[in-house]
Structure formats: structure tokens, C-alpha cells
Write a new protein. Structure first.
Length: 88
């Protein structure tokens, strides 16, 4: 399962630029196994947003779209500027 969350943008966040995230969640599936889901996309956070703010927003958005993942464990989270190399 590899659903993606919607891209979110904010007109006041041009200072931060676009970021790419990857979030992998895992939850027991009830048959002595696990369901693992990875979400990835780009977003432009508000200028005053922190990494923690974005993490909480993504968890909330995913839980709303996939209620069975609300209590899932986080296996991996990455939020980085969406560029290949620093440009000064």
C-alpha cells in the first residue's frame, strides 16, 4: 500500500521553499502480521512552521484519510528541502 497525501501550499511560505517528505507507518493487521504504508509528496510549509508542526499535520491528514492508521507506529520520517544540492 503506497497512498500519497495531498500537496499543501501556502502563499506566505515562499521564504522556505518546497519540501519533500516521506513518512512510513506500520500497524498490526490482526492476523499476526503487519500493514506498512509509506506516504510521500512535496509541500510548502507556512513560514513559521516547525518540523514538529509538519509531522503532526501529516499524521492528522493521514489519520483522517486512513482511520486504521491513526494509532500506527512511525518507522521513518523525513522532511527536507526539495532540492538536489544547496544553492547558496
Amino acid at each position: 500500500m503506497t497512498p500519497q497525501t495531498q500537496q499543501t501550499t501556502s502563499p506566505t511560505a515562499q521564504q522556505q521553499g518546497t519540501h519533500h517528505f516521506i513518512l512510513t507507518l506500520q500497524i498490526p493487521d490482526g492476523s499476526s502480521g503487519f500493514m506498512t504504508a509509506t506516504f510521500n509528496n512535496t509541500l510548502t510549509p507556512p513560514a513559521d512552521a516547525t518540523r514538529a508542526d509538519i509531522y503532526e499535520a501529516l499524521r492528522g491528514e493521514i489519520a483522517q484519510a486512513h482511520p486504521n492508521l491513526k494509532r500506527a507506529n512511525v518507522l521513518f520520517f523525513s522532511l527536507e528541502p526539495n532540492r538536489l544540492w544547496p544553492h547558496g
